[in-house]
Design a protein around this ligand. Structure first.
Ligand code: TRP
Length: 435
């Protein structure tokens, strides 16, 4: 294990924006709004919010505590507090990172392609046919590699000059674009139907383990939990950081962007009378319905469309950076590699794995289910048990030398009993659905 001085974030804002950048991604902008509409609208949103507060937020805080306390990437961090037996859990984190990064980059490659093509020649009327032609194949591989190349380039810059600088620059831009499009969509006639599709309360739908599991895995995916991404980012924090506040800021921003995305996507689709096409598939609606809407809106549509897909690509980029950083930090800590070497080797490997989902949509779907529904939940479950039962004194790790207010005891209690129980049920459901 190398004991070279560890990099650190330059500012508190830099860390928070980088962590929000990790959290806010493709998951927020499309997956969240789509799932809510499918599973009971506002009722699902409330369920998701409850799971975020009771299950995901404690795990987020747990990851931050382990990361900052150990100042190490997942494998070394878990070994630091739990001994050798826990190192394999860190290995699982790294594997999950590879799997997610590989297929995430393929989807991000599509958004990059849509952005560039919208700038150069606008949107096609025949969006559906076009989509079925371009989603897989060697050009998709090319865009995936291009996106991975940008990710590699930023992570090569390291924590301050690479990741933090990108977050400080890109995140405010992303917030502005998302809010801007949501406001614009509100001015369109007929947008009202979009709001009610998104938010109509249907209580009947949320009372099943399946919907509960969907909300839980969405909460995990959206906050980048369960594979040590937040843990790794927190390992570059100084002791003075106030993790309770930071975890709140991160989750509020993540939910905010997800919610506003719903307010952006559905009014646009409904104002143009394309609601019939929403239901068919997650990706179809994103890459077919919206481009159709943009094509019909002519010149305005082209501007909005460039901004929309550009925002998606940016959101995906700051998330992909965090996925790559987990693997890179682990290689630096475990193998004493230089950053340069770790980034090139890990990035190339993830790029190579991503060729499979770029050529085969079935593989992409399977990787998403495996990682999102199983690996992240299993990782979160293990981490809750780790911090709740194995770590000697997590509360004083969080507040060195400080007092322990009741909410801190509640945090530990949640990690000990309710969180593991709920996650075990969710994992059971996910495994049943996958096999
Ligand atoms: N949170 C991101 C999104 O919503 C994706 C992501 C980035 C992620 N890093 C992660 C998911 C780590 C799980 C684990 O799109």
């Amino acid at each position: 294990m190398s004991q070279a001085p560890r990099e650190e974030w330059g500012s508190r804002l830099g860390f928070v924006l980088a962590a929000v950048g990790s959290a806010v991604g493709l998951g927020n902008i499309w997956r969240f709004s789509y799932l809510s509409a499918e599973h009971g609208g506002a009722a699902f949103v409330v369920l998701y919010l409850a799971i975020t507060v009771v299950i995901a937020l404690p795990i987020l805080l747990a990851e931050l505590v382990v990361g900052r306390g150990s100042g190490r990437s997942p494998i070394a961090a878990l070994r630091h507090y739990g001994g050798r037996a826990w190192a394999p859990l860190g290995g699982l984190c790294v594997c999950a990172g590879f799997v997610i990064l590989a297929y995430y980059s393929v989807i991000a490659g599509w958004t990059l392609r849509f952005t560039v093509e919208a700038i150069s020649h606008g949107f096609d009327e025949g969006a559906a046919t076009r989509w079925s032609e371009i989603r897989t194949g060697w050009p998709a591989v090319g865009w995936h590699l291009a996106f991975m190349g940008i990710t590699i380039w930023i992570v090569l810059g390291g924590i301050r000059a690479g990741i933090e600088r990108a977050a400080l620059l890109l995140m405010p831009l992303l917030f502005a674009v998302v809010c801007g499009i949501a406001i614009y969509a509100a001015t369109l006639t007929g947008s009202g139907a979009g709001y009610s599709y998104f938010l109509d309360v249907d209580l009947n739908q949320i009372w099943s383990l399946e919907v509960f599991a969907a909300a839980a895995s969405q909460a995990f995916f959206s906050l980048s939990l369960g594979m040590g991404a937040m843990l790794t980012y927190a390992s570059y924090l100084s002791r003075e950081s106030r993790l309770e506040e930071e975890s709140l800021l991160i989750s509020v921003s993540d939910f905010g962007v997800a919610f506003i995305s719903g307010l952006m996507v559905f009014p646009l689709i409904f104002a143009l009378g394309l609601s019939a096409e929403v239901g068919e598939s997650t990706l179809g609606a994103l890459f077919v319905t919206l481009p159709t809407a943009f094509a019909e809106m002519q010149a305005t549509g082209r501007v909005i469309g460039v901004l929309f897909f550009g925002a998606l690509a940016v959101a995906a980029l700051t998330s992909a950076i965090s996925l790559l950083e987990v693997v890179v930090a682990s290689a630096i800590d475990q193998l004493a590699w230089s950053r340069r070497r770790a980034v090139w080797i890990a990035g190339t490997l993830a790029a190579a794995i991503g060729i499979l989902p770029a050529l085969d949509l079935g593989a992409l779907d399977w990787m998403d289910k495996l990682a999102g529904n199983v690996l992240l939940i299993a990782g979160g479950l293990a981490l809750a048990v780790f911090v709740g039962w194995v770590m000697r004194d997590p509360i004083s790790e969080l507040r060195p030398g400080g007092e322990s207010p009741p909410w801190l005891l509640a945090w530990l209690w949640l990690l000990r009993i309710p969180v593991p129980l709920v996650l075990a049920a969710v994992l059971y459901q996910a495994l049943r659905a996958l096999f």
